[in-house]
Write a protein that binds this ligand. Structure first.
Ligand SMILES: [Zn+2]
Length: 172
């Protein structure tokens, strides 16, 4: 596979100095430019259908072209659009409760917006890191946790505004 080689180093999060590894417009468009999909298109991985100008959960028309959707492409490339980190002593003690809320919110988002997916969950040292295929989902997950459990929430763009990094924590 050669399609990753050009920008592969930019796909490693958090290990490069600021300003290095920013995606070119061309690479960014690879995930979001609607011109690239025929209408209708069916994703062979998740079976979402691009129909009438947007991705939806539907039965694909017979004439649909097979092409991987942007969410599955990000999952395949391991290239999230959002990263949410949850931490703090209170969180460590209530992790399963908070994660149930996260999964509930993520499931609902996926139903309503096929391109908004939770793509990876990683627990380490009392913190949990979530990766999403969509910036709005990352922000929405952070807001859902804060509105339910208070705590401190911050969100900022990184990687030339192509990554939403969200951090929520509650200590006590
Ligand atoms: Zn897909």
């Amino acid at each position: 596979m050669s399609h990753r080689s050009k920008g592969a180093s930019a796909h490693t999060l958090g290990t490069r100095p600021r300003g290095v590894g920013v995606l070119s417009v061309h690479e960014w468009d690879a995930y979001r430019d609607p011109q690239q999909w025929s209408d209708p298109t069916e994703c062979p991985d998740c079976h979402a259908v691009y129909l009438g100008g947007r991705w939806r959960w539907a039965v694909a028309p017979e004439e649909a072209v097979q092409h991987r959707c942007p969410a599955c492409r990000r999952i395949h490339d391991h290239f999230p659009a959002g990263v949410v980190t949850l931490g703090g002593d209170w969180f460590s003690a209530h992790q399963s409760e908070v994660m149930a809320l996260i999964h509930h919110h993520a499931d609902r988002a996926r139903q309503e917006h096929p391109m908004q997916r939770l793509m990876r969950t990683d627990a380490h040292g009392g913190e949990v890191t979530l990766e999403t295929t969509d910036m709005h989902l990352a922000h929405g997950l952070g807001q859902a946790v804060q509105s339910a459990y208070k705590g401190d929430l911050s969100a900022r763009y990184e990687r030339g505004q192509t990554l939403m990094r969200v951090r929520w924590s509650r200590q006590s």
